[in-house]
Design a protein around this ligand. Structure first.
Ligand SMILES: Cc1ncc(COP(=O)(O)O)c(C=O)c1O
Length: 369
């Protein structure tokens, strides 16, 4: 049997967010503001009607309208796009295809916990490159290349990064992709938080030679319930293998969700504008929280994405603080869910209403430490 570790982060989120009633202030999750089907369908001049959708399978690579909308979002060629069930399925397919005896993949630490767990479940060994808090959690090409060897089948970069919000500039991505091309290793750029940038904005990594992009509607586009992700890959042979893998794993997306997803992408400006307004007003409150914490809370301010990864400056484990706050209706994610107990993940893009109340409760709990 495969030794799949418990997904500590999702256990914590589920226990509080799927409770009855759900937690009042969810600052643990990494998604944007919530949308109902009605609000999504109403976007644009011609509201979307979905009643006539035929509930058959969709093509395994995704229907043409969805792939065209994804390509437009990334300013790339629709032929290079494959739809998946969330970015999760895209990652799982890439790990499955990259697995061979002795192979390894290189991934960020801290990082999205599923990278290591799922890659290991497919039989890959994992090597982490560290994102130092002293360097603003930068993902550095030299640290990555130092881990690569003849058995490396894939390198993962996640920018904007979960949980730290660090961003790797596009010029550095290009240089890393070129250096990896010389070693015969593809670079996977997981862009699920693109294009939420809080400092300089930048273009998608789609189109950079030797880069495979994964992304989704769940994070910056705030619609995790559509379970729609994708993969962009210029390598036609690999794409054919990926589409076969998808046919085996989940066959296709739901045509109903594909229509909603296509509509969402065609109106991504409206969705992103709502996200940015929540994120920008909330991050200012985080600035004040850190500044007013009398040195108890430290952070590297995120340059993008929906989460920050602050830490308790005295080095203590954040879980007791997270438990105290959860009992008061404020949910943060304990850093041990990412293997870094003194940190906590703090999401700032989901909810504007009540964010000030949540921040006040965090400030009080920090003062009482
Ligand atoms: C960095 C990153 N990649 C991929 C995913 C997978 O998300 P989904 O399957 O909803 O697209 C997540 C979810 O948290 C994530 O944080």
């Amino acid at each position: 049997m495969v030794d799949l570790p418990p997904f500590a982060l999702d256990h914590w989120l589920s226990a509080h967010d799927f409770a009855t009633p759900p937690i009042a202030y969810n600052l643990a999750s990494s998604t944007g503001p919530r949308w109902s089907v009605a609000d999504l369908c109403a976007l644009g001049d011609a509201p979307l009607a979905i009643d006539d959708t035929i509930l058959s399978y969709a093509p395994p690579e995704g229907g043409a309208p969805l792939r065209a909308a994804i390509a437009a979002f990334h300013d790339t060629d629709p032929d290079t796009v494959i739809a998946t069930t969330g970015a999760s399925e895209a990652l799982s397919i890439l790990f499955c295809l990259g697995a061979r005896p002795g192979a390894n993949i290189i991934l960020p630490d801290p990082g999205y916990p599923a990278y290591a767990a799922v890659a290991q479940a497919w039989g890959l060994s994992t090597r982490a490159y560290r994102l130092g808090r002293e360097a603003g959690f930068a993902q550095r090409a030299d640290a990555i290349l130092a881990q690569v060897d003849a058995d490396t089948s894939l390198v993962i970069l996640n920018t904007p990064h979960n949980p730290t919000g660090a961003v790797m500039p596009r010029t550095q991505i290009e240089a890393l992709a070129a250096a990896l091309a010389e070693r015969g290793v593809p670079l996977l750029v997981d862009e699920v938080y693109h294009p939420l940038y809080l400092a300089a904005s930048q273009r998608s990594a789609a189109g950079i030679s030797n880069v495979i992009v994964t992304s989704d509607l769940s994070k910056a586009l705030s619609l995790p319930g559509l379970r729609t992700g994708w993969l962009i890959d210029a390598d036609a042979d690999r794409r054919a293998r990926i589409i076969d893998a998808r046919s085996y794993f989940t066959i296709s997306s739901s045509p109903l969700l594909e229509r909603l997803a296509t509509h969402a992408l065609r109106h991504s400006d409206a969705i992103l504008s709502r996200l940015r307004s929540v994120a920008q007003s909330n991050i200012v409150q985080l600035d004040a929280l850190v500044a007013g914490s009398r040195g108890r809370l430290a952070w590297a301010r995120p340059d993008g994405g929906t989460t920050a990864f602050p830490w308790l400056a005295d080095g203590r484990d954040s879980r007791p603080l997270c438990e105290t706050l959860a009992a008061q209706g404020v949910l943060l994610a304990p850093g041990d869910c990412f293997g870094h107990p003194m940190h906590m993940r703090l999401g700032f893009a989901q909810q504007a209403e009540g964010f000030d109340t949540a921040i006040n409760r965090i400030a009080d709990a920090l003062a009482a430490l």
